[in-house]
Design a protein around this ligand. Sequence first.
Ligand SMILES: *[C@@H]1O[C@H](CO)[C@@H](O)[C@H](O)[C@H]1NC(C)=O
Ligand SMILES: *[C@@H]1O[C@H](CO)[C@@H](O)[C@H](O)[C@H]1NC(C)=O
Ligand SMILES: *[C@@H]1O[C@H](CO)[C@@H](O)[C@H](O)[C@H]1NC(C)=O
Length: 360
Amino acid sequence: MVDWRRAAALFVLFSAAVEVVESESKYWSAYPQQRQDVLNGHSLNGQYREFAKSEDAGLFTEIFNLATKAVIHANASCGEDGPESYCKLVEHVYMRMPQCDVCDQNLVEKSHPIQNAIDGTNRWWQSPSLSKGLHNEWITITLDLRQHYQVAYVIVKSAIAPRPGTWVLERSLDNVEYKPWQYFVTEDLECMRYFGIPATTGVPRFKTDDEVICTSFFSKLDPIENGEVHTSLVNGRPGITGPSEALQNFTRARYVRLRLQKLRTLNADLMIISRRVNTTSRIDQSVTRRYFYAIKDISIGGQCICYGHAERCPSDPVTGQLRCECRHNTCGESCDRCCPLFNQLPWRQGTNTENNVCQG
Ligand SMILES: *[C@@H]1O[C@H](CO)[C@@H](O)[C@H](O)[C@H]1NC(C)=O
Ligand SMILES: *[C@@H]1O[C@H](CO)[C@@H](O)[C@H](O)[C@H]1NC(C)=O
Ligand SMILES: *[C@@H]1O[C@H](CO)[C@@H](O)[C@H](O)[C@H]1NC(C)=O
């Protein structure tokens, strides 16, 4: 059980109105301290005093960036098999002076491992470009959060390339069965063609707590660098105030996966790439080496699962796992039962309005 009102407000702070996310620097200039906190992976809960705690309400743990503690993996990175040259995509013909560089895993300043996406720096992960083969459009990034959490939002920030075009954000409890959280497409038509559901146009909105939407809103070519994808899993869903069991189930995850399937390309280049008859030709290389994914940050906002009965979940000195500091006479890993001798009433989770203390 999670106090989603705080998660919702936090997400709004992160992304402002979804429409203005493009002007990131302008937005953050209004919140310099918060930006620093986010970069440092600190919680922002202190900012949310408007949700004054009622004596009778449940207790909730902080929302923090779970990605900073995650184990992350990508199945391809630029420069893994030795030096690889790439060029930045430049939109206007008159600016098409090549801006090229080299990836090389063996040189610290030229390497772009996936760990760069969660280290809080401006360094970035970069995929092999299409000049290394068209299969490099299909890349899977997996984050293991090391335990179950309630996830409230996922924010992906691009670096020196456009945002991914077509991809799926997925969740799993066991790293075997994955379920989609949201589909992203280059154009609305792809929603039906690839994922079998109609596109949601404009700013994402939800009819049910576990609705999976498909949107082209975050796959625009513009901005060509440093674009962001802001995905709230709770904002705008009907069960947010409950919160409902369906929403708790929908947001629960240990593994988070980004299945990238298609790069965002300039229309003129699409032809050349798809007609790619001869990968070794020079003209082809000059186009394909400009196409790759570049991600500088993946943030996953979430909190411990303590069912409204803990305010803190410090890390266990032995295992490193975060453990709920159970109150209200509750026990168990997630404060999910009443302690011995406090079983006068059946266990219930703390909610936004009721603390549901176990009674002795
Ligand atoms: C990465 O893994 C996915 C899923 O197994 C696979 O479809 C894709 O081809 C792989 N990509 C590369 C570049 O190896
Ligand atoms: C939530 O998940 C639990 C465990 O998988 C399941 O038993 C329950 O029916 C689910 N509830 C809803 C509303 O989806
Ligand atoms: C690809 O280009 C090279 C060099 O221009 C040429 O020798 C080769 O025959 C071409 N291959 C195909 C399949 O067109």
